[in-house]
Ligand binder design. Structure first.
Ligand code: SAM
Ligand code: ZN
Length: 204
């Protein structure tokens, strides 16, 4: 092969590589921008670790931020949930970032540019997650004042409620991160537990 052709080929390869890198960078920038919002920012939370706070007054039913992440099918999602449970068993704490999208797909929001992944749970949430097509958005459930922490109902199942104590500190806090629909069942369970504990104390 003549020397010039070899050099040209090398240049072409380099040019293709740079084009590919530029495309990836553009996509990353777009993803990063989609995961941020002028309406909120990330700060240390009184509830747990880091949280997301209103950067301005927000009126009811405002689309605040997208919950962005990796689309995963149910098999992969289940595998990741088991991995998270293994971490929880070891450390006593594991953040759950998987959101149900539909019957086949979930979104794993565990990517650093997804600010919404840091929104904490509350028993009196001021936000709610809405699914729109293949996207998930966080909307306000009422007017929110600048500086308020944004929260939504994680909707966790009652099955393993003891693993998820709630520290939201709201007057109506039920003590555990459990979906509101299951509160009556949770209250029954807690009352039964209280009853048997007091009976044990009386015996002692
Ligand atoms: C998706 S992360 C939320 C961001 C988290 N604060 C952080 O700094 O990574 C979810 C985890 O935050 C914690 N968390 C969220 N809301 C909570 C609450 N109301 N009470 C106690 N822990 C909470 C739990 O450990 C939960 O698994
Ligand atoms: Zn609570």
């Amino acid at each position: 092969m003549p020397k010039k052709d070899k050099k040209e080929k090398k240049n072409e390869k380099r040019y293709d590589h740079l084009k590919k890198m530029a495309r990836i960078t553009r996509i990353m920038k777009e993803m990063y921008e989609r995961g941020q919002s002028k309406l909120c920012d990330v700060r240390n939370s009184d509830i747990h670790g880091r949280g997301v706070y209103a950067a301005t007054d927000i009126s009811n039913e405002t689309q605040i931020i997208e919950y962005i992440g990796e689309y995963v099918d149910k098999d992969e999602s289940e595998k990741r949930a088991w991995d998270q449970a293994a971490v929880a068993e070891k450390t006593g704490d594991a953040a759950v970032y998987i959101f149900t999208l539909d019957e086949k797909w979930d979104i794993d929001g565990d990517v650093p540019w997804n600010d919404a992944r840091l929104i904490n749970h509350s028993c009196e949430p001021n936000c709610e997650a809405w699914i729109e097509g293949d996207q998930i958005f966080i909307y306000s459930l009422r007017d929110i004042k600048e500086g308020e922490e944004l929260t939504f109902d994680y909707g966790f199942d009652i099955e393993c409620y003891v693993d998820h104590p709630c520290l939201c500190g709201r007057p109506s806090c039920v003590g555990y991160i459990v979906s509101r629909e299951q509160w009556p069942e949770l209250k029954e369970k807690l009352e039964a537990k209280d009853g048997s504990e007091s009976a044990l104390e009386l015996q002692e």
